[in-house]
Design a protein around this ligand. Sequence first.
Ligand code: C2E
Ligand code: CA
Ligand code: CA
Ligand code: CA
Length: 278
Amino acid sequence: EARKVPSRIVFYETSMSSDITEKIILENDLRHALDNHELFVEYQPQIDLQTGHILSVEALVRWQHPSKGMISPGLFIPIAEESGIIIPIGQWVLETACRQVKQWEQAGLPPIKVAVNLSLGQLFQQDLVEMIQSVLEETDLDPKYLQLEITESMTINIDHITMILHQLKALGVTIAVDDFGTGYSSLSYLKDFPIDCLKIDRSFVQKIQSDPTDKALVDMILSMAKHLRLKVVAEGIEEVAQLNYLVAGHCETVQGFLFSKPLHPTYLQDNYQALQDN
Ligand code: C2E
Ligand code: CA
Ligand code: CA
Ligand code: CA
């Protein structure tokens, strides 16, 4: 019967419904991914430019799908957020990351902080603060080694988020604003949110050399952070020229493929010295 319909419309409807079907299948698979041990966490080093040492790592979740192979978080995190599965996944990433940092410490590595991404939905999770507190207690991790990354999307409800962030700060953790400058939000939240760090988005860093506007934005963020006494992490550094520009601008910490990709925790542990010497 499909043959009676003009082919253009059939094609359009088919491709649209297969996109939706694909998403529903992925969402369903994602519900089992945790129980089936298909998720794991990689850690991308953040380098202290003063010392050249690994100061911290960012925890980035990975999904090894049983038949589809590796699925990018850029694809499955939005599905996890829409479906609410981000709540158990977010908790699992946090537990895994805190346990990992503790384990590196026990293996004799120098102190490493870990940055964990929080989704907007988690900031509205009833027991978020209690959950993070009990993860810190259970893993026996000193809260100063945990940084939580939020985004400017969280300015959607300033009063609520401000309250939650103050409760989180009271636990002793630090807060970073991820993808800073990409959120089309007013900067006035900087007065309300108890923030410790700004992460310069990689879209700005990667065009430092080619686009005067991006260069100006990077300068502006570095100078603003200095005046507000916030730390800065520049993300997505791939080239030496980008690094040199950030060094000249007194950026403190950098993260990007130039130094290291996100790494399996065992690899990071075994190659810790070599990673420092680069
Ligand atoms: P993000 O938080 O901005 O994480 C940084 C992303 O940039 C990571 O992508 C990382 O692999 C990539 N990256 C780092 N350095 C470079 C570089 O030099 N060049 C380029 N081209 N890319 C670089 P990834 O791991 O694919 O994650 C994508 C996004 O997924 C993250 O962006 C974050 O928004 C989300 N995500 C990942 N893990 C989690 C998680 O555990 N929880 C939540 N809520 N979101 C997560
Ligand atoms: Ca992040
Ligand atoms: Ca980012
Ligand atoms: Ca991003």
